[in-house]
Design a protein around this ligand. Structure first.
Ligand code: MBD
Ligand code: FE
Length: 282
């Protein structure tokens, strides 16, 4: 039995008062958004016959989500981050700014202020002695393929357990987080360790909702990048290591074909040395 109340004067009047339309002051943008938001919430309750019990369950869920610090983890799980990227891609296309390495989502695990060095960085603290060594190297160019010197490549990734320093207090400060300034040829190299994919905390609020959706909370092994240089568009992206079971089944919907890369095993020690295998910590 559906009761229709949305179009009544009483509900419309309530919405206007909720959003402060009858009051001076406040912020017009916030008023507009809150009015629309509560309109749509009321409409969902009406259309789907949401019961008071269901409604209060949702309220307590949001409370716990915040207590666990997982609001910014649920957002990508619900496709919000990807959706915002789709909009940015469309904006770029309209402005004629498409091309180059595609963007993908930042995720909730960036930490600003990582150690910065020129051309090369060792990213791992050496504590995981049996991890597989990863040499990560690339070149930053402009849209015409011209190398960009002095661009900042801000890189961060998980450890072999899929955990990120800072959020995982057992890791050293800024472990697996570095800023590398490109050399005169736009190149940068890092020595690090091969990361594992991330999984949402199994007992957390995000996974709890994903379970109700019949979904997992896993991401494939990936490496995050911010690329920046004054006068150029900031790039937020990631690469995915090919061959991961979740490469095309990412709970955060961030995989893009152009960003899936093969890791090549370097058997020749001299070649590894040339990439800085035995350079000191920076
Ligand atoms: C991550 O490591 C991540 O990159 C995203 C987008 C969401 C959760 C964890
Ligand atoms: Fe990540």
């Amino acid at each position: 039995m559906t009761v229709k109340t949305m179009q009544t004067a009483e509900v419309q009047d309530l919405l206007e008062k909720v959003a402060g339309f009858n009051k001076e002051g406040g912020n017009e943008r916030v008023k507009t958004i809150v009015h629309r938001l509560m309109h749509d919430v009321f409409q969902i309750i009406e259309d789907l016959d949401v019961t008071p019990d269901e409604f209060w369950q949702a309220v307590y869920y949001v409370n716990e989500l915040g207590q666990n610090g997982e609001a910014a983890l649920l957002a990508p799980g619900l496709g919000m981050d990807k959706y915002l990227d789709i909009r940015l891609d469309a904006e770029d296309e309209q402005a004629g700014l498409s091309g180059g390495t595609p963007r993908t989502i930042e995720g909730p695990l960036y930490v600003a202020g990582a150690p910065q060095s020129e051309a090369f960085a060792r990213m791992d603290d050496g504590s995981d002695e049996t991890a597989e060594i990863m040499i990560l190297t690339g070149q930053v160019t402009d849209e015409n393929g011209q190398p960009l010197a002095n661009a900042v490549v801000d890189v961060w990734h998980a450890d072999r357990k899929g955990a990120y320093s800072y959020f995982d207090q057992s890791q050293s400060e800024y472990n697996l987080r570095r800023r590398i300034v490109t050399d005169e040829n736009g190149r940068y190299t890092a020595r690090s360790i091969i990361p594992s994919g991330y999984g949402c905390p199994p007992e957390g609020s995000t996974q709890q909702l994903l379970n109700l959706l019949g979904r997992h909370g896993n991401r494939p092994a990936h490496i995050h990048f911010f690329i920046s240089k004054p006068g150029f568009k900031h790039l937020t992206t990631q690469i995915n290591l090919a061959g991961d079971a979740y490469t095309y089944d990412d709970f955060a919907f961030a995989t893009r074909d152009e960003l899936v890369v093969d890791a090549n095993r370097i058997e020749d020690h001299a070649e590894a040395e040339a990439y800085g295998l035995n350079k000191p910590f920076t």
